[in-house]
Write a protein that binds this ligand. Structure first.
Ligand SMILES: [Zn+2]
Ligand SMILES: [Zn+2]
Length: 397
């Protein structure tokens, strides 16, 4: 059946490309995917899918829908994110974004198109399917504070789903390759926001002031000791201070306050917990030493993306059959984050990558670059991997 799935996906290539170009030309940023959602809903209804829910997070964006097979069985989820980015496109292509300030620069147009093609092909082989495929067209992957995946999970989009798969286009690997990883694959992203309150004064009489810059400097240095001295060298974690602001007008004024922001990236939840506790301790200690008062807001934005070893192992066999085992590679850790992790907190799943880099075609620019583009020749393989995952989870080989 996997051979047949591959052939059907290749035969649908032009249709998949046309879909991708439609979404590329009409990009919608996080929580604005209204027209994209409408087009997806119409296509799924035409295929005979049952709509589970349209609209998540109090919006009209996002779809969960079921394709029920000819026989009862398990339920496999397939997810695509649909949002574009708030930026201008610099590509000179006929399907360039027609909306100023919005661009599909991460490949989510391709994700949406591939999952719709997968839905069409799975609908064609529906009588042979034992069980249900749940299509999860997600809004707002790029939004950070209000995650589309989190909203879908909280509103029940995974009810009844046994396992889930998602893929991301990856411009930094050549077209035709599939990248996988078992266990942690993308980092958890936390942010911390700190205001230090001292007491302003004249630069010549520091004894009459409480200088928050000294405390800020202590914090910057001691945070690096958290990574270097409190976390095992076998773990991967980053603590970065991105903002330090204090004073700005004159060389002889001791500022009243200092503002600091930073980020933490980690994979192991135990390390994440320890680092948060250590950051709170370092800040409290430095403020005690420096006599500063402070307010700290520590936020956990996105959890780590952790692939289930069992599901990933089975998926890798499918990818090998579809792409050729020589084109399926294990990948390293990525310090960026991905809210697919919320689906994986609910059910076992795997998040894998579809190489789409081709220097000759100019599709090797970094994600979020104004000239990011996708090698469309890679799309049939991506669609086939989604179909193949669902087929293998429901029907075996
Ligand atoms: Zn992105
Ligand atoms: Zn992305």
């Amino acid at each position: 059946m996997l051979d047949q799935i591959r052939e059907m996906s290749v035969a649908m290539k032009e249709e998949t490309i046309a879909l991708r170009r439609h979404f590329h030309m009409h990009p919608e940023a996080a929580w604005n995917e209204v027209e994209t959602t409408k087009k997806v809903v119409k296509t799924l209804k035409d295929l005979g899918c049952e709509i589970v829910q349209v609209g998540f997070g109090g919006t009209e964006c996002g779809v969960a829908a079921d394709l029920k097979g000819g026989r009862p069985g398990r339920c496999a989820g397939l997810r695509a994110d649909m949002d574009a980015l708030p930026m201008d496109e610099d590509n000179d292509v006929p399907y360039k974004s027609i909306f100023p300030g919005v661009m599909h620069a991460c490949g989510h147009d391709a994700h949406t198109a591939m999952l719709l093609s997968a839905a069409k092909i799975l609908a064609e082989i529906r009588p042979k399917l034992s069980g249900t495929v749940r299509f999860l067209f997600q809004p707002a992957e790029e939004s950070g504070l209000k995650s589309g995946a989190k909203a879908m999970v909280e509103e029940g989009a995974l009810e009844g789903v046994d396992e889930v798969a998602g893929l991301h286009i990856w411009a930094q690997e050549p077209s035709g390759t599939i990248l996988y990883r078992s266990g942690p694959v993308m980092a958890a992203a936390d942010g911390w926001y700190l205001t230090l309150k001292g007491k302003g004064g004249h630069g010549s009489t520091p004894e009459l002031a409480i200088d928050p810059t000294i405390t800020a400097a202590n914090i910057v240095l001691n945070l690096q000791a958290v990574v270097g001295r409190e976390v095992s060298a076998k773990e991967t974690v980053v603590v970065s201070t991105g903002v330090v602001k204090a004073g700005e007008t004159a060389f002889n004024i001791i500022p009243d306050t200092a503002v600091m922001n930073g980020t933490v990236r980690s994979f192991n939840p135990e390390v994440q917990n320890h680092v948060e506790e250590a950051i709170r301790r370092v800040i409290a200690g430095a403020c005690q030493i420096g006599r500063c008062e402070y307010s700290l807001d520590y936020k956990r934005f996105i959890p780590a993306t952790i692939n289930d070893p069992g599901v990933t192992g089975e998926a890798v066999k499918v990818f090998g059959a579809l792409a050729g085992t020589e084109n399926v590679k294990e990948m390293g850790l990525i310090m960026g984050s991905e809210d697919f992790s919320y689906f994986q907190q609910k059910v076992p799943g795997t998040f894998f990558f579809l190489g789409s880099g081709n220097a000759a075609k100019g599709t090797d620019n970094a994600h979020h670059h104004p000239r990011f583009n996708v090698d469309e020749d890679a799309l049939p393989l991506g669609a086939a991997c989604l179909e193949g995952f669902a087929w293998s989870r429901l029907c075996g080989k």
